[in-house]
Design a protein around this ligand. Structure first.
Ligand SMILES: Nc1nc2c(ncn2[C@@H]2O[C@H](COP(=O)(O)OP(=O)(O)OP(=O)(O)O)[C@@H](O)[C@H]2O)c(=O)[nH]1
Length: 496
């Protein structure tokens, strides 16, 4: 059967609609004309009339015009290239200058500030990441404090205890207590601006009761303030007790101060090196805390320590990819797979590719952005969420700079009974992760720090070498080997 032809839709419009369209078009043209007038574009481009056919030597004139046109084009192109080269040169120069001087100046200021904090303090609290306590210790810092005049005390503070299994934490406290008094702490990670907090507290008053084990709650602050205040009342007559808060970047120094103060007094965050200068915060009548920039890790450290502790990674000097790959090698693959919920992978690059796909980090054309995945992975390891822990060494050997008499002296003056009770209370309050869901990590031992970026002292290497022998009892021969090799290659520092 023959199909009936489809009838074309009629173009007829109602008059009102037609007039409306015409009006819109007119308005649109008027608007364009107005804009062109504003920009100073003349109404009509003058038409090139060309060479009249009656003109003599028309062909030569046209050829000459064509050649001139080409010449102008060439000249323009040459100019464009020269400008491009000039800009590239300038950019390269700027980059080189910022690479050489920028970070160097910053590192200098960091070390100067740290030295000032040590000088100004009566008590030094070395903040350690409970996930890798030994790796966040700096022997050079401890030695420098002990060598300074004024009988300065050192306290070790294990922060981020909410990210390690309880049994592991208890073992670490026992291990570290053989050297210095240890305080267990969980800083509040969600302290807000004073004004914001005041507004919020009116709305949800019991928020922290509901959310005890999460970011809002802080554990150990009353124990620490009691300890400091009782020490201050014993030792200080009039002046306030000055307590320097020191440690590697991102261990939670600023969060600790904010938690003690109860308001956002210092800037804190996942990014490394947020604190750039010293800052005093008064927490009671007789105690003030001094925040300091993170200790600058020495380039002689093993790559895994650098990946966790150095500022260079943050500043883009060290490759984020390499740092993430080094870290991956230090931990149990199955646990990483479980933690990040990814299938089995052959190498670290494959893991980062899968992580990038999972988190939706894609570049143009859907290519997985492994760089971004590595950055996220690294900030997990120094940030506030990832749970991992290190094994406590079986035997304890005192570092060379610590003798029994010094250990006894360091315990002197503190109310240790109260500290023990306070730590127990803290451990009872915190909600700890299950050991099965925490990644077990192989620590590289204490991290060398630079306390001043200047010329090398020849005998400093021996001190550190000897020290490393002592403080890594659970085996770090490869570590020590690489340390010595690197030390001979790049020596830029002097250890205090
Ligand atoms: N889960 C948990 N996260 C914490 C704790 N303390 C600090 N953090 C997080 O660790 C990260 C680093 O904390 P900061 O206080 O900025 O560390 P910092 O040592 O002052 O860092 P710099 O300024 O770089 O030297 C932040 O994301 C904090 O939220 C803690 O007790 N538990």
């Amino acid at each position: 059967m023959k199909r009936p032809k489809l009838k074309k839709a009629s173009k007829r419009l109602s008059c009102s609609k037609r007039y409306k369209i015409k009006k819109k078009v007119r308005e649109h043209h008027r608007k364009l004309r107005k804009e062109a007038k504003k920009k100073g574009v003349s109404k009509r481009v003058k038409k090139d009339l060309g060479v009249p056919s009656s003109a003599p030597f028309k062909e030569e004139v046209l050829r000459e015009a064509e050649q001139r046109k080409l010449q102008i084009e060439e000249e323009k192109e040459r100019q464009r290239q020269a400008n491009k080269e000039e800009r590239a040169k300038k950019r390269k120069k700027e980059e080189a200058a910022s690479n050489e001087t920028g970070p160097q100046i910053q590192l200098d200021s960091f070390t100067v500030n740290l030295s000032q904090v040590i000088d100004a303090s009566d008590v030094i609290i070395e903040v350690l990441d409970a996930r890798d306590p030994q790796g966040s210790r700096c022997p050079q810092l401890e030695e420098a404090v002990l060598q300074r005049e004024g009988n300065k005390k050192i306290l070790l503070l294990l922060n981020k205890i909410d990210l390690v299994p309880k049994e592991n934490l208890e073992k670490w406290i026992g291990f570290l207590q053989k050297e210095f008094p240890v305080v267990a702490f969980k800083a509040s990670t969600l302290i807000q601006d004073k004004t914001l907090q005041a507004k919020k507290s009116r709305i949800v008053a019991s928020n922290d009761i509901l959310d005890k084990s999460r970011g809002v709650a802080c554990f150990g602050s009353s124990c620490l303030s009691d300890l400091l205040m009782s020490f201050a009342s014993k030792t200080q007559s009039e002046a306030k007790l000055k307590v320097g808060i020191v440690g590697f970047p991102n261990v939670g120094k600023s969060s600790l101060i904010n938690s003690m103060k109860g308001v956002l007094a210092c800037n804190a965050g996942v990014k490394r090196g947020i604190t750039k200068s010293m800052q005093e915060v008064h927490i009671s009548k007789n105690v003030k805390l001094i925040d300091s920039p993170g200790i600058v890790a020495s380039p002689t450290n093993p790559p895994a320590s650098m990946a966790l502790r150095s500022l260079q990674v943050e500043e883009g000097q060290d490759s984020v990819l390499e740092a993430a790959q080094t870290l991956l090698k230090q931990c149990d693959k199955t646990q990483v797979m479980l933690q990040y919920n990814v299938p089995d992978y052959r190498n670290s690059l494959e893991f980062l590719t899968m992580l990038a796909k999972k988190r939706g980090y894609l570049q143009k054309g859907g290519v997985p952005d492994t760089q971004q995945a590595a950055t996220t992975f690294l900030s997990d390891w120094t940030g506030a969420k990832l749970s991992y822990h290190c094994k406590v060494p079986g035997t304890h050997i005192l570092p060379v700079y610590l003798m029994d008499s010094v250990v006894a002296e360091m315990q002197n003056g503190w109310n240790l009974k109260r500290l023990k009770a306070g730590n127990e209370e803290t451990l009872n309050g915190v909600k700890f992760p299950n050991p099965a869901s925490s990644i077990s990590f192989i620590s590289k031992g204490p991290t060398s720090g630079l306390l001043s970026v200047s010329e090398e002292q020849p005998d400093a290497a021996n001190t550190v070498e000897e020290h490393n022998k002592e403080v890594t009892p659970d085996g770090g021969s490869a570590n020590r080997q690489s340390f010595l090799e690197m030390r001979t290659k790049t020596q830029i520092s002097k250890f205090l």
